[in-house]
Design a protein around this ligand. Structure first.
Ligand code: PPS
Length: 329
């Protein structure tokens, strides 16, 4: 079903030399049954070598009609949306949220395809998980399970200002994968689709184009920051759930950056530990990457040069404007 082509460029060399990771472009081959996207060209997605062993299993994964898929490009607000959705789906079960790790409550679909591990357990875990499942993924449409479009599962798509996303992604990659790039080099990689998960802009556009389908909810990290209550309301309606004002106020407190950062079951520390272990890095509490980093809008202004900002804005305009998406420029 897929074709793989090894990436031959400076980024791929860097990953191979520093971490022994070989990067491949994954080309989706068969057509995707979405009428709205019939004239859309699905682009290849950059993935590490081990993705190949599971690509077919991911594409053929048996989804359930009541699955809820949280889809994002990395660092766009996935964890925040996962926690909100899990709470809304599970009758605001604060006890479970505070005692069971989010990585177990809401499983990261393709994690074994991106972190260097020989394990193939996640799909089995998903098969055993009770319904309705809240599943995290960063896969673009061309690599998602085909069944999603036939079963019409609910899809929640979250995006974020690419400038803030890049800064967030840079810190994670630099710290965990030790890619040893300058932030300028990292920006260049993202602008030229040479990073794991490839093009941010194509990723967003695919879901923007299907945003009006009844089973899709499209919103932004900035929407959550500026009006969390409004997004909780929209998500509740989308999930056909009804909560009173007191419950919503407790949920807002639970979802605050301060609370999620301080709560071990919500702050993704276990995911970071898992990635450190997969990359055979020693985990030191004091120096380790903090997943809940800043949680702000506009932090890029402190870290990106004006030239980088201009270039990212130009790319965003060039990619988004033809599709009527007027965000982030
Ligand atoms: S990942 O690795 O792709 O799943 O990361 P993702 O969860 O998409 O994005 C991580 C960024 O989201 C911020 N975050 C939050 N911001 C505000 N409020 C809450 N509750 C919250 N939870 C997570 C997190 O801090 C990362 O952003 P940066 O800019 O790095 O701080």
């Amino acid at each position: 079903m897929f074709r793989f082509e090894e990436l031959q460029n400076a980024v791929a060399d860097n990953f191979k030399r520093k971490k022994g990771i070989r990067l491949f472009n994954v080309f989706p081959l068969d057509c995707i049954p979405i009428e709205t996207l019939k004239s859309w060209t699905f682009k290849p997605t950059c993935m590490p070598l081990q993705y190949q062993t599971q690509a077919e299993a991911f594409a053929n994964f048996k989804v359930r009609e009541d699955d809820i898929w949280i889809v994002t490009y990395p660092k766009c607000g996935t964890t925040w949306a996962q926690e909100m959705t899990w709470m809304l789906v599970n009758d605001m079960n604060f006890d479970e949220a505070n005692s069971v790790d989010l990585t177990e409550r809401s499983i990261f679909f393709e994690v074994e395809g991106i972190a260097p591990t020989d394990k193939c357990e996640v799909l089995e875990l998903l098969n055993k998980q009770k319904s309705p499942r809240v599943i995290k993924t960063h896969l673009p449409i061309g690599l998602l399970p085909r069944d999603i479009w036939l079963k019409k599962c609910k899809i929640m798509y979250v995006t974020r200002d690419p400038k803030d996303m890049i800064v967030s992604y840079y810190h994670q990659m630099n710290n965990i994968v030790s890619c040893n790039m300058s932030i300028e080099e990292f920006v260049e990689c993202i602008l030229t689709d040479n990073m794991i998960y490839s093009s941010f802009w194509n990723h967003v556009l695919e879901f923007w184009l299907i945003r009006n389908k009844f089973n899709v909810l499209f919103f932004t990290y900035e929407d959550m920051k500026r009006d969390l209550e409004g997004i909780i309301g929209k998500t509740s309606t989308f999930l056909e759930k009804d909560y009173n004002a007191k419950q919503i106020s407790l949920l807002m407190e639970h979802l605050s950056f301060k609370n999620m950062k301080a709560t071990p079951t919500c702050n993704n520390e276990s995911l970071v530990k898992m990635i450190y272990s997969a990359y055979k890095l020693e985990y030191d509490e004091k120096t380790a990457f903090k997943f809940m980093r800043k949680g702000l809008i506009g932090e890029h202004k402190k870290e990106l040069t004006p030239y980088c900002i201009v270039r990212i804005n130009a790319k965003t305009k060039e990619m988004f404007e033809p599709y009527g998406l007027n965000l982030y420029t």
